[in-house]
Design a protein around this ligand. Structure first.
Ligand code: ZN
Length: 245
């Protein structure tokens, strides 16, 4: 089975629609989403409905929990809080209910773990080797330990590898999944990339070949930016999309 792993769609309908076109030639059996379906951009309902319609397995992100009132927006920065409140108003009751019931983590087909932030916390960021080390420990401490985990939240595609007690990180290159080593992999963001590359980002895990590859594609970022302005969302959210930041 070949899995597409996506994250941080953030109500970006143009990139999500382009993603479905993009994977038509990639022989994908299942798509898994690492959370933050909504927030920042202007099409929350359309994005949730595409996730529901395509029966995509999805975990909850910190923006999904704020936009549905599970947790307060008080700890968000001003831009994120503004967008979360706007999203809360915009979501239909059915779509809000769908987001509210998302699990915090999923083990997909007994093959890999899907989370948003940390293994045990939706809101924390894996930012560097020390955070990765803690999360590798959490993966080993699970009832059914896994050696492969996909995480989101930072919007930066990156792989951490732990082998023989040493942890390294790499961006962009394919990652061969070996027995005896552990992997924490971020596919990057579909809807708001933050590595100075505005192209949408996702990963493919080929379970048969034990190989993870990173993918980028262009989408109509100007249309998404226009919608942000038309919706009355902060102008900076439109600008950062074009910069990939
Ligand atoms: Zn996010």
């Amino acid at each position: 089975m070949r899995y597409a792993v996506i994250s941080d769609i953030h109500s970006n309908l143009e990139s999500l629609t382009a993603f479905f076109e993009e994977i038509k030639t990639l022989d994908i059996g299942k798509t898994v989403c690492l959370g933050d379906v909504v927030g920042y951009n202007a099409n929350p309902n359309e994005c949730v409905e595409l996730i529901r319609k395509n029966k995509i397995q999805c975990v909850m992100g910190n923006h999904d929990s704020r936009a549905t009132g599970i947790e307060p927006v008080a700890d968000f920065n001003l831009l994120a809080a503004h967008a979360a409140r706007w999203t809360m108003d915009a979501l239909t009751p059915e779509n809000a209910e769908f987001l509210k019931t998302l699990p915090r983590s999923i083990t997909v087909d007994k093959k890999f773990l899907a989370i948003h932030g940390w293994v045990d916390n939706t809101d924390s960021y894996i930012m560097g080797i020390r955070d990765a080390e803690r999360n590798f420990e959490l993966m080993r401490a699970m009832d059914k330990p896994v050696n492969l985990c996909f995480f989101g939240h930072t919007h930066v595609p990156l792989a951490y590898v732990e082998a023989d007690g040493v942890i390294g990180s790499a961006a962009g290159a394919p990652v061969k999944i070996e027995k005896g080593a552990s992997y924490l992999i971020n596919p990057g963001s579909l809807g708001q990339p933050r590595d100075r590359d505005p192209r949408a980002s996702f990963a493919v895990f080929d379970a048969k070949k034990s190989l993870v590859t990173f993918h980028r594609f262009e989408y109509d970022v100007h249309a998404t930016a226009e919608k942000i302005l038309a919706a009355g969302l902060p102008e900076r959210l439109a600008e950062r999309l074009k910069l990939g930041w």
